[in-house]
Design a binder for this molecule. Sequence first.
Ligand code: 5AD
Ligand code: SF4
Length: 463
Amino acid sequence: MSNDIALPAETDATTTGAQRKVFVKTYGCQMNVYDSDRMTDALSRDGYVATDDMQEADLVLINTCHIREKAAEKVYSQLGRLREMKKARAARGRELMIGVTGCVAQAEGEEILRRAPAVDVVIGPQTYHRLPEALKRAKAGERVVDTEYALEDKFSHLPQAEKAKTRSRGVTAFLTVQEGCDKFCTFCVVPYTRGSEVSRPLAQVMEEARNLVSAGVRELTLLGQNVNAWHGKDADGRELTLGDLLNRLSEIPGLLRLRYTTSHPRDMDERLIDAHRNLRMLMPYLHLPVQSGSDRILKAMNRRHTAKDYVALIERIRSARPDIALSGDFIVGFPGETEEDFAETMRLIETVGYAQAFSFKYSIRPGTPGAELGGQVDEAVKTERLEKLQALLFSQQQQFNESRVGLEFDILLEKPGRLDGQLIGRSPWLQSVNVAGHPDEIGSLVRVRITDTGVNSLFGERV
Ligand code: 5AD
Ligand code: SF4
């Protein structure tokens, strides 16, 4: 991460006041990716255009992540480098504005202005719609921190995908339907940085989805820290859950595929499982973090379910949709984790069988209950456990990929491949598939038979 913002050689590129450029560096989860796009859209109303080249930017935004260790320190060292860039600019009479957004902004707030003198604005995830105004105030000489949990709904103030018309959309898009979390797992900062659980209303989600599809999007991934806690009401006031929302979205003409992430096991309700049974458009892939296989640790983590509950849930989901692939998140070295607890996590992984997984060493997050617990695990022990766990998960992933060889299924063509005449598509299980094809076919589903696996992708032939 520390090399991501290197000092660029200064060029003489100048931009006029009418066409200012914004460079956004995004860290962390898909929701940050989505948020970065919304911020860019919001700024486009003020004449900003997005650039991938930091050198030509008039405004640099760092959209930060706070989920694991040392995030804040890394942000500060980047800001140190940006300060140099700002000084060099100023010497040549040209301005550079710097903003920090995202979860580090939320957690650090004023502290950022104190430690990083070059920063003009600090904006938390709930106030992105106020970014343009904050920039105006900053231009007038103020240094602005806005990390309130705003009373107004940021989504109804941020311009939507198609309306903003600033960027051409790809074949796939994220759509935030829910934000924040009330679960308070004892290791996690999300309830503090993203606030409590809020669902976007049905009509707003449907409108944004239709806009995205009319801009060419064929696959939507619904986002939320706790996406399956989404709830809403229809026009008659009937209570809806995520399963209902997926059903409604599936009726949008032109939309081909649906996914959602990330889910909590406690919120996998019957209607959602039914959606997996009945909706062919809902891809057979589920990211369902369990974190640990030990009931003692699950309890200390405040996950509010046992390992057995989780395995039983997976069985129900698999009987609804037998070809579903599972993905998960795991933490090793949570305070108090013994060898036996860890062995139970390994056994749970063996029992479930994952197609994909993300695994982490526990990292103390100041302000969370986990940070106060005794029995912090030695770094070397964490490293050893993580290596064992990742070796097992990696072999399961390889096995899963190899199990696709010889199968026939549809892939959604997303982009050109590295070679002429090649395209890259996505399997129902999120694997990249290389296949022959013409760029005109991008955005459509084609049938392939898998012939081979590579390190990170599959190879297919058209059938
Ligand atoms: N330490 C390690 N991993 C964490 N995660 C969240 N908080 C921590 C932490 N303090 C992991 C969890 C979560 C994923 C997004 O990040 O596995 O599911
Ligand atoms: Fe964090 Fe737990 Fe909420 Fe997930 S469910 S965002 S891990 S508190």
